[in-house]
Design a protein around this ligand. Structure first.
Ligand code: 5RP
Length: 228
C-alpha cells in the first residue's frame, strides 16, 4: 500500500510527542494508521484506548497495548484525525464512522492532538464535508424528518452494496449537509444531540488542544490553543 507523505508526516510528528509510560487515546482512520506505525517503531512502554474495532485490530497487528476506558481516568495524550477543521480547532469527524467512541476518548484526554493533511483546514466547517450524526436505528425516521423539516439535506450512510451502515455501537449514521456550512458549530452540536434518538454528532468543539497538519513535502504546521 502506498504511503501518503502528508499523512505520514503528521502521524510521525504526533508519535514524536509520545513519552514512555503514557496512556494514550488512539483515533481512527488512515492518518492515525501512520501514527500507529510510527508509534510501534518507537518501542515505548505505552498503552492506549482504541476508538474503533479497526484501530483495535491494527494495534493487535502492530503490538500496541490496549486499554479499556474503565481502566484509566484520564489519558495523557489523544491522537486522532479529522475530516475538516478550522483554525480555532473545531472539527468535524466521523468519516470513518467512529465518531461516538472518538468523542468519548477525546473528552478523556489531557491533550488532544489532531493529525490531518493541510487541505483539511477550512474557513468554515461543513463547507466540503457533511456532518455525520449517529442515530439509534429505532429513531432513524423521526430524526430524519426533523432534520429535513429544517431544510437540511440528509443522507443515510450505506455500504457500497446499498446495505445499511452500522457503527461499532450498532447505530446508523445520517450525513447531514448544511447549505453554506456551519455558522455556529457549538449551537449546531447542541441542537443535533438534543434530538431524541441522536447519540452524538461529528462536531467536536472545545476538545482539540493542538493540530499537526502535514504537507506533501513532509513539512508539518502546528496549531495550538491553551490546554484545558
Ligand atoms: C473516523 C474519523 C477520522 O479520523 C476521519 O475520517 C479522518 O480520517 P482520515 O485520516 O482517513 O482522513 O473521524 O471516524
Amino acid at each position: 500500500m502506498s504511503v501518503d507523505p502528508a499523512k505520514d508526516a503528521a502521524g510521525r510528528a504526533a508519535a514524536a510527542l509520545v513519552e514512555d509510560g503514557m496512556r494514550l487515546g488512539l483515533g481512527t482512520g488512515s492518518t492515525v494508521d501512520r501514527f500507529l506505525v510510527a508509534l510501534a517503531e518507537r518501542g515505548l512502554d505505552v498503552a492506549g484506548v482504541p476508538t474503533s474495532r479497526a484501530t483495535e485490530q491494527r494495534c493487535a497487528e502492530l503490538g500496541v497495548r490496549l486499554l479499556h476506558p474503565a481502566e484509566v481516568a484520564q489519558l495523557d495524550l489523544v491522537v486522532d484525525g479529522a475530516d475538516e477543521l478550522t483554525s480555532d480547532l473545531v472539527l468535524t469527524k466521523g468519516g470513518g464512522g467512529a465518531l461516538l467512541r472518538e468523542k468519548v476518548v477525546a473528552a478523556m484526554g489531557a491533550r488532544f492532538v489532531v493529525i490531518a493533511t493541510v487541505d483539511k483546514l477550512v474557513p468554515r466547517l461543513g463547507d466540503t464535508f457533511a456532518v455525520p450524526v449517529e442515530v439509534v436505528p429505532f429513531a432513524l425516521a423521526p430524526v430524519r424528518r426533523e432534520l429535513e423539516q429544517e431544510g437540511l439535506e440528509v443522507r443515510e450512510r450505506t455500504h457500497a452494496d446499498g446495505a445499511s451502515y452500522r457503527t461499532d455501537n450498532g447505530n446508523a449514521i445520517l450525513d447531514v449537509r448544511l447549505d453554506g456550512g456551519l455558522e455556529d458549530p457549538e449551537q449546531a452540536d447542541v441542537w443535533l444531540t438534543m434530538l431524541p434518538g441522536v447519540v452524538t454528532s461529528g462536531i467536536f468543539t472545545d476538545l482539540a488542544t493542538d493540530a499537526l497538519l502535514g504537507a506533501a513535502d513532509g513539512r508539518v504546521e502546528t496549531l495550538s490553543r491553551p490546554v484545558r
